[in-house]
Design a protein around this ligand. Structure first.
Ligand code: FAD
Length: 289
């Protein structure tokens, strides 16, 4: 397909991007282009201006802030998050980055692009929810922060508004006896999640679950937190295999999509299996930490 005509600017700063977005009603941000370029080629999107943010160094990389808060720049690629030294305490990040798509997509696609696009089967969405992350959004003269739980509004719609640039994602890693993990079953062609579960848990001194957050992708039209699972497991020791299986079969928020890749029943059954694996791995990591 041949895209409709558009102008292109390779931006060099965040201020330039927010200015361009404010001045051009039909401008689109271009990050890795892995989702936007196919949509533009198919004329599903017809921007008048593409603002390329791929060369803005302040949007790339991982850094630590106050109280151990971790910041990941929106234009950081999936590939560069696979074995980042700053992220050793968050193995969930490497779990996720290494199972996204293929080498080419991992080298181009960005964590910010993935979250802003809000594909219901994208991997980072579940991790962002489980780690209770925060997104920093900038528009001309304004900055706002949006929590993970408020970030995914409807199918393919995130909280990023027209004129806004997602600049970074922030997480606050937990300390001792914390474990986190991401497990997915991939759709064989795209690699996107048929079911993906991200778990962040903390054990107390008696090995009971003190904190639990579970993010789910690939199941509903909008990624979600499995709060029913959390409510049943919080304050308890890790259940045995049979009880864990039963918990994971009762994720009340699950309202599975049906498409050519899987029926409602298939997705529900898959979710139970993947949730059990992710919980077990996160728990194992917590006991080893
Ligand atoms: C073949 C293939 C397989 C894939 N498999 C997987 C997979 O297994 N798992 C998975 O999770 N994903 C998968 N993806 C998606 C991919 O990982 C990208 O993350 C995703 O396409 C978007 O990231 P991007 O940087 O390429 O964004 P772009 O395509 O450049 O942009 C996507 C959208 O987000 C907006 N945007 C981008 N960055 C920002 C920002 N900083 N602020 C505001 N808005 C922004 C753009 O305007 C656009 O609307 C796959 C993609 C392809 C093509």
């Amino acid at each position: 397909m041949i895209p409709s005509q558009f102008d292109y600017v390779a931006a060099h700063s965040v201020d330039q991007v927010t200015q361009l977005l404010a001045d051009n009603a039909n401008a689109k941000i271009l990050a890795g282009g892995m989702s936007l370029v196919p949509a533009v080629k198919a004329r599903l999107k017809e921007p008048a201006l593409l603002v390329d943010i791929g060369r803005i160094s302040e949007l790339v990389g991982v850094s630590s802030g106050l109280l151990g808060k971790l910041k990941i720049g929106a234009v950081t690629t999936h590939a560069s998050l696979i074995d980042h030294p700053e992220l050793a305490g968050l193995p969930i990040i490497a779990d996720t980055a290494r199972v996204i798509a293929d080498l080419q997509v991992r080298n181009r696609g960005t964590i910010g692009g993935s979250l802003a696009y809000a594909d219901p089967a994208a991997d980072w969405t579940a991790v962002f929810l489980a780690l209770e992350g925060e997104a920093v959004l900038k528009s001309r003269g304004k900055t706002r922060k949006v929590k993970g739980e408020d970030f995914f509004l409807s199918m393919m719609t995130s909280a990023v508004e027209e004129g806004e640039l997602l600049t970074e994602i922030r997480f606050s890693p937990d300390g001792k006896r914390a474990g986190n993990a991401y497990v997915k079953h991939r759709q064989p062609a795209s690699g996107l999640a048929l079911a993906g579960v991200a778990v962040n848990l903390v054990l107390d001194r008696k090995r009971r679950i003190e904190k639990l957050s579970v993010g789910v992708t690939g199941i509903n039209a909008v990624p979600f937190r499995a709060q029913s699972l959390r409510a049943r497991m919080l304050g308890e020791p890790m259940p045995d295999e049979t009880a864990l299986r039963a918990h994971c079969e009762q994720i009340e928020e699950a309202d599975p999509m049906e498409d050519l890749h899987g029926s409602v029943d298939y997705r529900r059954a898959l979710l139970a299996v993947i949730a059990r694996k992710a919980l077990s791995l996160a728990h194992q990591r917590a006991t080893e930490s």
